[in-house]
Design a protein around this ligand. Structure first.
Ligand SMILES: Cc1cc2nc3c(=O)[nH]c(=O)nc-3n(C[C@H](O)[C@H](O)[C@H](O)COP(=O)(O)OP(=O)(O)OC[C@H]3O[C@@H](n4cnc5c(N)ncnc54)[C@H](O)[C@@H]3O)c2cc1C
Length: 476
């Protein structure tokens, strides 16, 4: 048996059995080829669109395996895909014939309650972090789905239930350990490799493989006030403007979002919403439940909800509350998002029209509020770029049948362009982006003036663009 692998220059190479045996003796974690049991499981990612076949998967057990995998890629000039949680919408983390550096077995998390810091291995999920940090009444701001990988989320920004109080996930990064393209592990923080550290906070997977993250954590939970009211979608024309006006005066403790979606018939949800098109108004208060209760009371009072699930909830349950809507590998997904300086009636008009006529029940139109701590960082403070936007509208195409790929992707692009045309449209959030190749306008919209600096840092740390299966920034 031989293993076929893509080269960086587009050519092909092969590894013979004796070469593989030699590698197997070197790596601590298993090497998985097409012939090995577990290959299909190891190459599976969240987005069911990507049925790709890497040439070789290195299931890394620690930083040493990552170092050797990057050195192997360098010696043989291999194309590399880096996978952690496997949630990337664009499917960059799995690629045909690539060397897949898979960190999903590196999920250790250690909390230091005295310092309020959390050290996280590169393949951990948000659920892993919540488990270990909530035991000490601490939280690292993450995303809204507990199965998402910390790595991709952090490197691209990180929006969730706490961002208005404590900032993006990347804003809470204190340090990272990174295997750069030359196969060496370096530490990046405010005082070590500071340019690399700047780039890791929003610049994506361009600069190397992160084997460990260190985060600042904050006292949150274990019980928080959760607001979640489900209204009939037909009432959205009245509720959306009322929600928008309410969010304008919210304290930073509250992070809120709306979603136009369809609810499945599942025992996890009240019967009143089974198979119904709904407008979900959701919010979390980052303080005590006593303070949160009055602050979130309006969530269920914008009209008459079909169901109001609001109440005190464990923070970990809130973090897991949407997981059931995204069973791994079962949905095909293509998302695009626009950041907006305000949510004018022109935007709400598009949100409504599109949200009420979605191509598939699992497709949603999702609008989180930004502002608060996100906005308090300057555009050049991290690679993430401009923070002035007040909201995001994300058109999240999710469907099940491959025959509907073209039509649904077309619908998502069309809706995205409609939002993009309103005068308050500002940029885009790449973590909510489904395009494998970024066009230059999208890259510019995401990084703005930070792009030149990112390109220089890319040149310093990855001059050959070895790490190119990502929201790619060319070295310059
Ligand atoms: C169902 C769902 C819900 C989501 N919810 C949110 C949300 O609430 N908030 C939000 O901000 N985003 C959200 N996202 C988007 C998510 O943040 C991005 O898709 C992110 O890239 C996922 O990271 P991952 O590690 O799971 O993905 P992967 O697919 O494993 O990786 C994605 C990319 O990140 C890079 N990467 C991954 N690991 C490493 C590493 N260790 N070192 C260097 N580079 C690496 C690589 O370029 C890789 O291609 C969601 C996505 C999905 C599918």
């Amino acid at each position: 048996m031989t293993v076929r692998l893509s080269l960086l220059n587009g050519g092909r190479t092969e590894l013979t059995n004796p070469q593989l045996d030699e590698l197997r003796a070197m790596f601590h974690g298993p090497l998985v080829t097409r012939e090995d049991p577990g290959y299909d499981e190891s190459r599976a990612v969240q987005n069911g669109m990507f049925d790709r076949h890497p040439g070789l998967i290195v299931r890394c057990s620690g930083a040493a395996d990552v170092i050797d995998a990057v050195r192997l890629a360098r010696e043989r000039d291999l194309l590399v895909a880096v996978r952690s949680g496997g949630h990337g919408i664009a499917g960059h983390s799995v690629s045909d014939d690539a060397l897949m550096i898979d960190l999903s077995a590196m999920r250790g998390v250690w909390t230091n309650p005295a310092e309020r810091t959390v050290r996280v291995q590169g393949g951990a999920t948000l659920a892993d972090v919540d488990r270990e940090s909530q035991a000490f009444g601490l939280a690292v701001p993450g995303g809204v789905m507990s199965t998402t990988g910390v790595a991709g989320l952090t490197l691209g920004g990180g929006l969730g239930w706490l961002h208005r109080k404590y900032g993006l996930t990347c804003d809470n990064l204190i340090a990272a350990e990174v295997v750069t393209a030359d196969g060496h592990l370096v530490r990046a923080s405010g005082t070590e490799n500071a340019e690399l550290f700047w780039a890791l906070r929003g610049g994506g997977g361009n600069f190397g493989v992160v084997t460990a993250f260190e985060f600042q954590a904050h006292p949150v939970g274990p019980t928080v006030m959760f607001g979640c009211a489900m209204y009939a979608a037909a009432d959205a024309n009245e509720i959306l403007p009322a929600w928008r006006d309410w969010t304008a005066g919210l304290p930073d403790e509250v992070t809120s979002r709306v979603m136009l979606w369809s609810m499945p018939a599942t025992p996890l949800l009240p019967r009143e919403v089974h198979n119904r098109d709904v407008l979900i108004v959701a919010a979390v208060h980052a303080g005590s439940p006593d303070d949160g209760a009055p602050a979130l009371r309006p969530v269920g009072r914008f009209g008459t909800p079909l169901a109001d699930l609001s109440g005190p909830a464990s923070f970990r349950d809130v973090q897991r509350s949407l997981d059931f809507m995204f069973p791994k590998g079962q949905l095909r997904s293509y998302w695009k998002s626009v950041t907006l300086n305000e949510l004018g009636d022109d935007v709400l008009d598009v949100v409504l029209r599109r949200g009420l006529h979605r191509p598939h029940p699992r497709t949603l139109v999702h609008a989180p509020q930004l502002g608060g701590a996100v906005r308090r960082m300057g555009p050049a403070d991290t690679a993430f770029g401009d923070r002035s936007a007040a909201y995001i509208v994300s058109i999240d195409g999710n469907w099940t049948d491959a025959a509907e790929d073209a039509a649904t992707m077309h619908w998502v692009r069309d809706a995205f362009h409609e939002v993009q045309r309103v005068p308050s449209a500002a940029g885009t959030y790449l973590n909510f982006g489904g395009d494998r190749e970024l066009d230059s306008a999208t890259r510019q919209a995401a990084f703005g003036r930070n792009l030149d600096r990112l390109a220089r840092i890319k040149r310093d740390f990855d001059p050959e663009n070895r790490f190119r299966l990502n929201n790619n920034i060319q070295p310059r």
